[in-house]
Write a protein that binds this ligand. Structure first.
Ligand code: GDP
Length: 194
C-alpha cells in the first residue's frame, strides 16, 4: 500500500439525491454488512478509522459522504443485516435504490463481495438492480488474504461466473494486507476522469 489520500468526511445524509459541491465524480460503495467495507475504505484512503462513522448503528439508513481530491465516495449502509428492523430495512432499500437508479450525478458503483462465498440472495437482488440501471460497476472481492494464492484464482473465476461479469470487472483485494488496494485506487481514479 502506498501513501494516504487527503480525505474529508462531508456528512451523513438521508436524502439520496442531496447535491454535492463542488461537483466531482461520485462512486457509491455497496456491500453486505460485514463484507469488509469499512476496512477497505480505510485502506483505500490510507487512514485508520475514517469509515468508523459508517458503522454507527444510528446511521444505518444514511449515506455517508467522503470527499477525496478527485471524487466523492458515497458509503451506503451494509445490506443483509438480519437484526435490523423491518422499517429500517425498507428505508435502507429505498435509499439504496434511489442512489443507484435516480442519482443524476452518480459516476459508478463499487460493489463489495466476500471472495470466499458465492453471492447471497441479497447479492443477487443487488446484481439485478445494478443490471437494470446499466450503471458502470466495479466488483471488489474482499478478504483475499484469507485464501491461498491458488484458491484466490479459482474463487475469482467462480465469482465472475456466478455474477455473470467479465473477470476484468472484478478486483481481488484485502483491506488487511493491502492486496489490490493500489489497483482499486487506480481504477477509481481512472473512472473519475481528468
Ligand atoms: P463492514 O461491516 O463491511 O464495514 O466490515 P468491516 O470492515 O467492519 O469488517 C468486518 C470484519 O471482517 C472485521 O472483523 C474485519 O477485521 C474483518 N475484515 C475486513 N476486511 C478484511 C480483510 O481484508 N481480511 C481479513 N482477514 N479480515 C478482514
Amino acid at each position: 500500500m502506498t501513501g494516504s489520500l487527503p480525505v474529508e468526511f462531508v456528512g451523513s445524509y438521508p436524502d439520496p439525491l442531496v447535491p454535492l459541491h463542488p461537483s466531482r465524480a461520485e462512486f457509491a460503495l455497496l456491500g453486505r454488512s460485514n463484507v469488509g467495507k469499512s476496512t477497505l475504505l480505510n485502506a483505500l484512503v490510507g487512514r485508520r478509522s475514517v469509515a468508523r462513522v459508517s458503522a454507527d448503528p444510528g446511521k444505518t439508513t444514511l449515506m455517508n459522504v467522503f470527499r477525496l481530491p478527485a471524487c466523492y465516495l458515497l458509503d451506503l449502509p451494509g445490506y443483509g443485516y438480519a437484526r435490523r428492523s423491518r422499517t429500517a430495512r425498507a428505508d435502507f432499500r429505498r435509499l439504496l435504490e434511489a442512489v443507484v437508479r435516480q442519482r443524476p450525478t452518480l459516476t459508478g458503483i463499487v460493489w463489495l463481495l466476500d471472495v470466499r462465498h458465492p453471492p447471497s440472495r441479497e447479492d443477487f437482488a443487488i446484481r439485478n438492480l445494478l443490471g437494470r440501471t446499466g450503471r458502470p460497476v466495479l466488483a471488489v472481492l474482499t478478504k483475499a488474504d484469507k485464501l491461498s494464492r491458488e484458491r484466490r484464482v479459482t474463487a475469482l473465476a467462480d465469482r465472475a461466473g456466478e455474477l455473470g461479469l467479465p473477470a476484468d470487472q472484478l478486483i481481488l483485494t484485502s483491506g488487511t494486507t493491502g492486496l489490490g488496494i493500489e489497483d482499486l485506487r487506480r481504477s477509481v481514479l481512472a473512472a473519475a476522469g481528468p
